[in-house]
Design a protein around this ligand. Structure first.
Ligand SMILES: NC(=O)c1ccc[n+]([C@@H]2O[C@H](COP(=O)([O-])OP(=O)(O)OC[C@H]3O[C@@H](n4cnc5c(N)ncnc54)[C@H](OP(=O)(O)O)[C@@H]3O)[C@@H](O)[C@H]2O)c1
Length: 345
């Protein structure tokens, strides 16, 4: 049995980790931490998890993780905080999957240009970017994973195979994404207040979101760069779910069947990738699951490809992929604890 601890367990990504891990046959949750609800049982904070999660949350202390014999810790804190605690966990032999951006970049200056000075930069080279289907071999070998952002997961997974195969142009890619409000986390702000989100649809951080350099650095690593993206995120009035619509120029006389051959070959034996050839792509179809559904259509008048991808931002976009990475790191089947059907409605 793998002993697991979660830092920031009471946030949305943390709670999703608790939900999925509570039913994971190879996992025992032994340590949950938070600040505001410290001293509370987890199923008091999230009553939906009654009968599943009765552990009491405590404030973070590395000693508690050692005493609880934690083998692997998930960090579900806001960006800029994990760098202060990840080194002490690793130094005590505890593997780490960090859901923030702190260990997603190899190049410290790229991280510092959009976040802040990195105080644990020496660990960046040891960290593996946790896009599970792309970096699975490296993830199996590492003790530290920087789990991807939700937008990057939905955009990079369809793009990487097509760029690698040379089917699409490297220049002029546009990614237009929509996210449910849980992507902004549990703390309410004016921007995520019900009155500002309900009956509302808005773009934010247009062509200036911090996920752009994250995606461009992965595309450079995988496909050779530079591959500049125009990325426009939007907030939509739903709780969970994310759709990305990606516009690219096609090289040569590529057909929709060629796109199928490329993606089907690349993602053969990757159980969480579902290709939706001439079928609808809808956030509802992946709700509560670790699937990514990918569809596409060619506009022959302009020789452009339109790719549609959907994920549940809290599962494949956060906790589910983090658990998939834990499974790889601990030598389990990557589907362990995750092979569940999506909610039909
Ligand atoms: N939500 C998503 O869809 C999603 C997707 C991909 C990645 N992520 C990443 O996952 C991490 C957690 O995101 P989330 O959506 O779960 O956020 P969240 O709901 O705001 O949860 C973060 C938790 O961290 C704790 N925390 C500890 N110290 C804090 C501090 N100084 N300031 C604020 N909070 C502090 C808070 O609980 P206490 O105050 O009780 O300690 C809070 O519940 C983030 O790095 C985020 O970027 C989230």
């Amino acid at each position: 049995m793998i002993h697991v601890g979660i830092v920031g367990a009471a946030g949305y990504a943390g709670a999703e980790l608790v939900r999925i891990l509570s039913a994971h046959a190879n996992v025992k949750l032994t340590c949950l931490t938070c600040r505001q609800d410290a001293g509370e049982r987890f199923d008091t904070i999230y009553p939906a998890l009654s009968c599943w999660a009765d552990l009491v949350c405590h404030t973070y202390d590395v000693k508690a993780f050692i005493d609880a014999k934690v083998d692997l810790a998930f960090i579900a804190l806001p960006h800029k905080l994990p760098m202060a605690i990840v080194p002490e966990l690793l130094d005590n032999g505890i593997k780490v999957v960090d859901l923030s951006a702190d260990f997603r970049f190899k190049d410290v200056s790229a991280y510092e240009s959009c976040y802040q000075k990195h105080t644990a930069a020496g660990y960046l080279q040891k960290a593996v970017y946790g896009l599970s289907e792309i970096y699975s071999e490296q993830i199996r070998q590492t003790g530290l994973v920087g789990n991807p952002g939700c937008y990057p997961t939905s955009i990079l997974m369809p793009l990487i195979p097509l760029l690698k195969a040379g089917l699409v142009e490297k220049q002029g890619i546009i990614a237009d994404s929509k996210s449910g409000v849980s992507g902004a986390g549990r703390s309410a702000s004016a921007a995520t207040h019900y009155c500002h989100v309900n009956e509302s649809f808005k773009a934010y951080k247009v062509a200036s979101h911090r996920h752009t350099p994250e995606m461009e650095s992965v595309l450079t690593d995988q496909c050779g760069g530079p591959i500049p993206l125009v990325f426009v995120p939007h907030l939509v009035p739903m709780t969970r779910g994310m759709q990305s619509t990606i516009y690219t120029g096609l090289k040569g006389n590529c057909t929709e069947a060629d796109i199928w051959d490329c993606l089907a070959g690349f993602y053969e034996d990757k159980p969480f990738v579902r290709l939706r050839r001439q079928k609808p792509v809808d956030t509802l179809h992946v709700k509560g699951s670790n699937f990514i559904d990918i569809g596409w259509k060619i506009d022959p008048r302009q020789n452009r490809l339109v790719i549609l991808s959907v994920i549940d931002n809290l599962v494949k976009g956060a906790a589910g992929q983090a658990i998939q990475n834990m499974n790889l790191m601990m030598g389990l089947e990557q589907t362990a604890g995750l092979w569940q059907p999506p909610c039909p409605v």
